[in-house]
Design a protein around this ligand. Structure first.
Ligand code: GLP
Length: 233
């Protein structure tokens, strides 16, 4: 695994941006995108650049079940706010968390991913090592699926909601099998809260208990992390 440690989130995000810019200059078509605070600086770099995304496709990792795209905590809303409203893509896919039939929506999303092979997948990481919303115990070979969020993830997300009971309990997430098919993966992690997850990802055994540890089996992964997240390596 290629682990690059930077003095702060801004420097790490700029370096990740340069990798994306270079790949776009070499003709990539599809970006896999992530939500959360980790990619925000990178999205700022993208929107303030002169890069044109209007020929590109994006495929997002996940969405909460039951939140309207207009809800400011939905991942649809997040992506519009941070990226798509400023840099429109030719087409942008985000899982449909409002579908009446979530199982069917998951199958439809897998077909979208097959039709648009991901050149670079961006990832954040949860404190328990989750990627997308693939919580510990998720099979490494799965596709898009409905997820019951763990208490640790619900607690981590509670700060964004007025009441704890408003935090969604379910999500729809791209599977680890699909993430692993991406040609290249960029993982961003910042702050001491992520230090244990980063250690387990990079140095621990490859185990479904730490979803991100699967990345050890991918041949083109770069971690852009700050010194706090790297503290236990
Ligand atoms: C959520 C998202 C993940 C993200 C994680 C960490 O669980 N589904 O994709 O990586 O939060 O978020 P943050 O970057 O805010 O720490």
């Amino acid at each position: 695994m290629d682990v690059r440690v930077f003095d702060g989130k801004a420097a790490a995000s700029k370096a990740a941006f340069e990798v994306i810019k270079d790949a776009m200059n070499h003709g990539i078509q599809t970006l896999g995108l992530a939500t959360g605070s980790s990619p925000v600086d990178l999205y700022d770099d993208m929107t303030s650049s002169d890069l044109d995304f209007s020929h590109m496709t994006s495929v997002n990792l996940d969405e909460y079940v039951g939140l309207d795209p207009k809800n400011d905590q939905s991942y649809h809303y997040f992506m519009n706010q941070h990226l798509f409203s400023k840099k429109p893509f030719k087409q942008s896919f985000v899982p449909d968390g409002q579908a009446a039939d979530i199982e069917q929506a998951a199958k439809d999303y897998d077909r979208i991913i097959e039709e648009h092979p991901i050149d670079i997948q961006l990832l954040g990481i949860g404190r328990n090592g989750h990627i997308g919303f693939n919580e510990p115990g998720t099979p490494f070979d799965g596709g898009t699926h409905k997820v019951a969020l763990t208490q640790s993830t619900i607690d981590a997300n509670a700060r964004f909601f007025e009441h704890e009971e408003d935090v969604p309990r379910y999500a729809i997430s791209m599977g680890i099998g699909s993430i692993m098919k991406s040609k290249q993966i960029i993982l961003l992690a910042f702050g001491e809260d992520k230090a244990d997850a980063i250690k387990a990802t990079v140095e621990g055994p490859v185990t479904e208990d730490v979803p991100a540890s699967v990345l050890q089996k991918h041949n083109n992964v770069i971690l852009f992390i700050d010194e706090e997240a790297a503290a236990r390596l």
